[in-house]
Design a protein around this ligand. Structure first.
Ligand code: GTP
Ligand code: MG
Length: 418
């Protein structure tokens, strides 16, 4: 019973590593944010000689920074970019992975700008262009293709296709796909890298198994790997169904493609160190067949209905699933490392700075309380001294008064007797 789909409720997917890590780091940042907010309000209430204006302001900026990190974090996703020559099947591969015909595909030059497919929170489907927040409604591929044709935009521009998550496990798990125009049609490859590749976790080179890796494809990836350190690259030799036409050369051609692809990754780009590891990055697939099979499965018709080349079909399907498994492990691991490492170190720095501020304030307040204690002791000593003096003074005064009275008495009685 071969099936084409992983169940939607499968939590064992490697993508869950990213999803769970994102939730966990977000919870931690929520804690830090509420702690720093509490600290801010507490310090605001303190007398100015304990927490000066500068310190309160400093904590205030940390609160804002933490809010900004949480915003970025909420938008963090795993990003995969697809490149290859025109008509090699980039859009078809993405559709097959999404299990739905979302992106327009067809013969000739179809995709004419960058298209990012991402999951929508509320089940709506719409299109957003780069320079506006306006959501253009799209319900179908035909509508999307039409909307894309009427937009007059350059080939480096990005259109975001926001699509309901419910049918596509990959969108639900925060994977974002970026489709590109054929690398042979653009002179702006540097701009493409700057704009769309620097934050990509995985690159998929969709090659044509009917020919061979082209120089334009190779050059582009040389540029990519000179700009990014060790990019994660997969090579899909697409249109492998065509090989079924020539079974006598099949193994030989496969061996040749595999060797060239591995050589490209290991010896030319040097992005992978071992031949064995590189072999796990090269696959022989037919996106067209996989998409058709997955649509058949959803319609509950036999899986290979409408598929021309049934020879080797299940093997190719299995190869595509194998690619997806390796892809999911790779993208999840890479995204956790690159995206969350950065947040973690910024978070740590903020926490240690807030702690330093709070400790300084605690020390100042301890010093002040010791000073007050000292003053209190001195004061009570002074009071005791005064009381003692007062006692002496009173005693002396009493004696003097008695003496004076006696003197007066003597003087009076003397005067009387005189
Ligand atoms: P551009 O957007 O124009 O650069 O092309 P693309 O790379 O996105 O190719 P697209 O997915 O539009 O596919 C081009 C044509 O090839 C379409 O007619 C597809 O149906 C067909 N195609 C894609 N994948 C396969 C495959 O594996 N086997 C066969 N036989 N045809 C395929
Ligand atoms: Mg395309």
């Amino acid at each position: 019973h071969l099936t084409t789909s992983r169940t939607l409720s499968n939590t064992a997917s490697p993508l869950q590593i990213f999803v769970r890590a994102k939730k966990k780091i977000n919870d931690i940042f929520a804690d830090i944010e509420s702690y720093s907010e509490e600290s801010f309000y507490f310090l605001e209430e303190l007398p100015k000689n304990l927490a000066n204006k500068g310190t309160v302001e400093e904590i205030g900026t940390y609160v804002k920074k933490l809010q900004a990190i949480r915003y970025v974090l909420s938008r963090d996703h795993m990003k995969c970019v697809f490149f290859g020559r025109t008509s090699n099947g980039k859009s078809s591969v993405i559709n097959a992975m999404l299990r739905e015909k979302i992106l327009p595909s067809g013969i000739g030059h179809t995709t004419n700008c960058f298209l990012q497919v991402e999951g929508s929170e509320n089940g709506d489907s719409y299109l957003i262009t780069e320079d506006s927040d306006e959501k253009q409604n799209v319900k179908s591929v035909a509508q999307l293709a039409h909307a894309l044709c009427t937009e007059k935009i350059g080939c480096s521009a990005l259109m975001r296709v926001v699509w309901p998550k419910d049918k596509c496990p990959l969108l639900r798990d925060d994977v974002v796909f970026v489709d590109s125009p054929g690398i042979d049609v653009s002179p702006n490859l540097d701009e493409w890298i700057d704009k769309h590749c620097v934050d990509a976790d995985v690159f998929v080179l969709v090659a044509n198994a009917e020919s061979t890796l082209m120089l334009t494809e190779k050059n582009f990836f040389h540029k990519v790997s000179s700009r990014l350190s060790k990019p994660n690259i997969f090579i899909l030799n697409n249109r492998w169904d065509a090989s079924a036409n020539e079974p006598e050369y099949l193994e030989e051609v496969k061996k040749q493609h595999l060797q060239r692809s591995v050589d490209f990754l290991v010896n030319e780009l040097k992005v992978i160190s071992s031949k064995e590891e590189a072999e796990n990055r090269v696959f022989f697939v037919s996106a067209k067949e996989v998409l058709q099979a997955r649509l058949n499965e959803q319609k509950k018709v036999p899986i290979h209905s409408g598929i021309a080349m049934t020879e080797g079909f299940f093997g190719r399907l299995h190869e595509f699933e194998n690619f997806e498994k390796q892809f999911e492990e790779c993208i999840s691991r890479s995204a956790v490392r690159t995206k969350f490492d950065h947040h973690t170190s910024r978070g740590k720095l903020i926490v240690s700075n807030i702690r330093m501020c709070m400790e300084n304030i605690r020390e100042t307040s301890l010093k002040k309380s010791e000073e007050l204690q000292g003053q209190k002791v001195e004061l009570s000593r002074a009071i005791e001294e005064t009381e003692r003096q007062m006692l002496l003074v009173t005693k002396e005064a009493k004696n003097r008064i008695r003496n004076m009275v006696e003197e007066v008495e003597i003087k009076v009685s003397k005067a009387l007797s005189e």
